[in-house]
Design a binder for this molecule. Structure first.
Ligand code: NAP
Length: 306
């Protein structure tokens, strides 16, 4: 039976380790500060922001929400970002996406001061990552490394295959695995014979965005599987195909009218892997924890304590 890599457990460990660091910073003068910019009234964004603010409150991190109207211009939003860049008490700035269509999202994200860009991946921080210099790390990839390390899964010398080459997951997780001395292959939609390449993996990371795409054919026995995908399946026939009519899973589908599925086949992975992150409850919980970790580390760097 495959071992479940429990993201909720790792998240709780990380948060309990962050707490004394937050307290130490507060005792020295002020707690870390995170500013969250939420433009307009996108209900999904409001939920994400609420979770992030709650995580700050749990840890004693100061958080400030700015809620400009959906009619804001690029120039007006740039002015808000510049003010936050200049604020001494703000260590991290998070501009919740998506922004309204009239706003130049790239300009806004590039305007965030790199040391404070704790959420999105500023190009300067990509450089810091490649050069192994201090700076905020992409949250989800950093969370993946935390899961592997805390479950003592060896990375050095292992064959790692990453499926997906996005700036936010695929590329940075490949770079982090390389820094941990894995031999890394990055795959994408043009990779020939993807199943054969994936079967070479001792660590297989799926960051694709396609429900249950990686079936048993993509996994060698004993592989460690990290499933980043979060795909909401609301088609009954597809849910039945994926879960092969499992009464338990179909009952969950009936209850909500949809079900969350990763990029890895949820039944096949149990058969083939030695260890895997489930969806939900695997990689997902780590993303906000690593946002908090980035904010605390940014505050420590700015306070000169690390
Ligand atoms: P993305 O930007 O859409 O990138 C998807 C990648 O998958 C691309 O590189 C694409 O290749 C590749 N791909 C697509 N179809 C493929 C195929 N048939 N064969 C091989 N490769 C294929 O997605 P993302 O932002 O990295 O996100 C990936 C998944 O992770 C999504 O489900 C997302 O919701 C989830 N996610 C979860 C978290 C979390 O906290 N749990 C955080 C971020 C993302 P090309 O480059 O060739 O197009």
């Amino acid at each position: 039976m495959a071992h479940i890599l429990d993201g909720n457990r790792v998240r709780d460990e990380i948060k309990s380790e962050l707490k004394p660091r937050v307290e130490a910073l507060a005792a020295k003068g002020r707690p870390p500060g995170l500013a969250v910019v939420l433009v307009g009234n996108n209900p999904a964004s409001e939920i994400y922001v609420r979770h992030k603010v709650k995580a700050c409150q749990d840890l004693g991190i100061y958080s400030e929400s700015l809620t400009p109207p959906a009619s804001i211009t690029t120039e007006e939003l740039l002015a808000i970002v510049e003010q936050l860049n200049a604020r001494h008490d703000i260590d991290g700035i998070l501009v919740q996406l998506p922004l309204p269509p009239q706003v130049d999202t790239k300009r806004i994200l590039l305007a965030v001061a790199p040391p404070k860009a704790v959420d999105r991946f500023h190009p300067c921080n990509v450089g810091n990552l490649v050069a192994q210099l201090p700076g905020p790390r992409a949250c989800t990839p950093a969370g993946i490394i935390e899961i592997l390390k805390r479950y003592k899964i060896p990375i050095a010398g292992k064959r790692a295959v990453v499926v997906g080459r996005s700036d936010i997951v695929g590329k940075p997780v490949a770079m982090l695995l390389l820094h941990e001395h894995a031999t890394v292959t990055i795959c994408h939609s043009k990779t020939p014979d993807l199943p054969a390449v994936c079967r070479e993996a001792e660590i297989l990371v799926a960051a694709i965005g396609r429900a249950a795409m990686l079936t048993a054919d993509y996994m060698s026995s004993g592989v460690t599987v990290i499933d980043v995908g979060t795909n909401r399946v609301d088609d009954r026939a597809e849910a039945e195909r994926i879960f092969r009519g499992s009464p338990e899973k179909m009952a969950a589908f009936e209850k909500r009218g949809n079900v969350l599925v990763g990029d890895v086949h949820p039944l096949d992975v149990v058969e083939k892997a030695a260890a895997y992150t489930p969806v939900p409850g695997g990689v997902g919980p780590l993303t906000i924890a690593m946002l908090m970790a980035n904010t605390v580390a940014s505050a420590e760097r700015r306070a000169g304590t690390c």
